[in-house]
Design a protein around this ligand. Structure first.
Ligand code: F6R
Length: 602
């Protein structure tokens, strides 16, 4: 899981590559590098550590050039060292490569090449690529054929950009790893993700799996696996560079938490009529009438959104399950199963492989994603966009709420279409409250006491999050966010499960965040009491005016709304608690250790 960038025909390739890498840093940030064609040869600079380290190295010796490639790495094969950083070069330095993905058969290729005298300078899987290409060049193939032949020998996933010394051309290919082209008149960019080049252009061409690109200033050629020229439209993306910047905020995460009123408004815009009717342009009535049941596949935060979605779908009579994508088992899937992949990035390898497995098993598929043109959007039979806008912070925040809201809309369409479905009786009230959600979120953001709570419980050793029904996924999500960015011990539990084991962990060094936003407040109060009597501090998250009894040491209030939606308000409070706690502990909030935004490895 890494980010790649290339710029072709730039006045300042180094400057643009570094900007692109900074915009891609959320994809990986343990080492980075660039290579530029400077007229006399290819200059390579690479460094372990953050992109700022690379910048310091380059500042001492700035290479010039108009064509270049760059990479920010999240290690899979070999630790983050200067040698393992990309770009990687062939033995004569004629071929230079950056790569995102995993070459599964790299060991056998490496052994074969080593036996022929090739020396390897790194421990990466990627390094076999430049050597293989050079090997085929030495056999007499031209660059295009050498590249294609080398690609044909690779098993695994890749997005690759390659330069040959002495030419102004960049060659690229993709298979199961994202790659897009940015177009700015005669200049081109290649990147793992659109925000990489949004500072320079918003015109893009999406490369499909199995395609090759040959790009030089003023000239772009895209071909498919069989060598046929592909004529693909240039699309304009709606995200702007300002949207992907931090603005007045100290961290992307705080910015993105604060954007939730707007992002949810965007998610529902034009999709809910004044009379509570749902309009999903992607899915006219009747789209799903042949479906019996729904299975969600997702990872991490998206899985929690899917769990929340399950609760909402079941309320509408729909048989629904959420599956961790990496554990997905298609044994019971039929052609009457609708498999919904929930993925912010649309690139998560585990989710992509579950999606493909579902398709192989005959299921109809939908991708619920934030990224237009992402791999999931293109792989699935249908794409439904959550429209949350770019999310840069590694910890998913605003996309969780937009995912849940999107799933409620999808659920309504399913309830109307499916034989077993029965649109909720309180639809008018529910959707009216859904339209009020942005206002309620604004109120949470204005009145929150999350910072105070974070300070008060900063010295605890464990943080538990408990809830029932749709509060349960929010409890799981609260704990995931907390551990991810604070590095403190945090667990989420169904309230009722506390007494079946986890209670043994509870001491006076535990803080328990108990969610009272659903319809089972009395049961949750009893469960919180069980922890309270064992010394834990209880922080209730509850709708304004709720009687939480004397069990709570502190309360985070949320506006009153429909109980099926109140979990989203509670979640904003918990996101803020995680944020402020991490900030007080001095953590790297936007780039937590060992994690990356887009997980394109299984
Ligand atoms: C946690 C987080 C991850 C992602 C997971 C799936 O804050 O961001 O758990 O939710 O890696 O990513 P997507 O949604 O892109 O498939």
């Amino acid at each position: 899981m890494c980010g790649i960038i290339a710029c072709i025909g730039s006045d300042d390739a180094v400057g643009e590559l570094l900007t692109g890498l900074e915009n891609l840093e959320y994809r990986g940030y343990d080492s980075a590098g660039i290579a530029v064609q400077n007229g006399t040869g290819i200059a390579v600079r690479k460094k372990a550590g953050k992109i700022s380290e690379l910048k310091n190295t380059i500042a001492r010796d700035v290479p010039n050039g108009t064509v270049g490639i760059g990479h920010t790495r999240w290690s899979t094969h070999g630790p983050p060292t200067d040698a393992n950083a990309h770009p990687h070069t062939s033995r004569t330095d004629r071929v230079v490569v950056v790569h995102n993905g995993i070459i599964e058969n790299y060991e056998s290729i490496r052994r074969r090449l080593a036996a022929e005298g090739y020396e390897f300078k790194s421990e990466t899987d990627t390094e076999v690529i430049p050597h293989l290409v050079e090997h085929h060049l030495d056999e007499g193939l031209d660059v295009e054929d050498a590249f294609k032949t080398a690609i044909g020998e690779l098993d695994g996933s890749y997005a690759i950009a390659l330069m040959i010394n002495g030419t102004d051309t960049v060659y690229a290919a993709r298979q199961d790893s994202p790659l897009v082209i940015g177009v700015d008149d005669d200049r081109y960019y290649l990147a793992s993700d659109v925000p990489a080049f949004l500072d320079f252009t918003d015109e893009v061409i999406y490369i499909e799996d199995g395609e090759f690109a040959k790009v030089r200033p003023g000239e772009l050629m895209l071909t498919d696996r069989e060598g046929n020229v592909v004529d693909r439209d240039v699309e304009t993306v709606e995200w702007s560079a300002e949207e992907t910047g931090k603005g007045e905020y100290t961290h992307y995460m705080l910015k993105e938490i604060n954007e939730q009123a707007d992002s949810i408004a965007n998610t529902i815009a034009g999709r809910i009529g004044d009379d509570g009717s749902i309009h999903l342009e992607e899915f006219p009535p009747g789209t799903f009438e042949d479906i019996d049941e729904v299975e969600f596949v997702a990872c991490g935060t998206s899985y929690h959104a899917a769990l929340y979605g399950v609760q909402l779908l079941r309320r509408a009579g729909i048989r629904a399950h959420a599956n961790l994508a990496s554990e997905y088992d298609t044994t019971t899937v039929t052609d009457r199963t609708l498999v919904v992949a929930v993925t912010q990035s649309g690139e998560t390898a585990d989710t992509m492989s579950a999606l493909r497995a579902a398709q192989d098993a005959g299921a109809e598929t939908v991708a619920v994603t934030n990224v237009v043109g992402s791999s999931a959007a293109r792989q699935a039979d249908h794409a439904l966009y959550i429209r949350a806008g770019p999310e840069i912070g590694v910890a998913a925040t605003k996309t969780f709420s937009s995912q849940v809201v999107t799933l409620t809309l999808l659920g309504h369409r399913l309830a109307e279409d499916l034989e077993r479905g029965r649109p909720r009786e309180d639809a008018a009230e529910f959707f009216a409250e859904l339209r009020r959600l942005p206002t309620h979120i604004e109120k949470v953001l204005e009145t929150t006491r999350a910072r105070e709570i974070s300070e008060k419980y900063l010295d605890k050793r464990s943080y538990f999050f408990i809830g029932r029904d749709n509060e349960f996924p929010v409890a799981l999500e609260g704990a995931l966010k907390f551990k991810e960015i604070t590095y403190e011990h945090a667990e989420g539990f169904a309230s009722g499960e506390l007494k079946h084991g986890p209670l043994a962990l509870v001491t006076d060094e535990t803080a328990v965040f108990a969610l009272f936003t659903g319809t089972n407040g009395e049961e949750t109060r009893k469960n919180a009491e069980e922890a309270h009597t064992r010394g834990a501090n209880i922080v209730a998250v509850a709708p304004d005016g709720t009687d939480v009894g004397d069990v709570a040491d502190s309360v985070l209030w949320v506006p009153k709304t429909h109980p099926d939606l109140a979990g989203l308000l509670a979640n904003v409070q918990l996101q803020l608690v995680s944020y402020y706690t991490a900030n007080l502990l001095g953590r790297e909030i936007d780039k937590p250790r060992n994690l990356a935004k887009s997980v394109t490895v299984e």
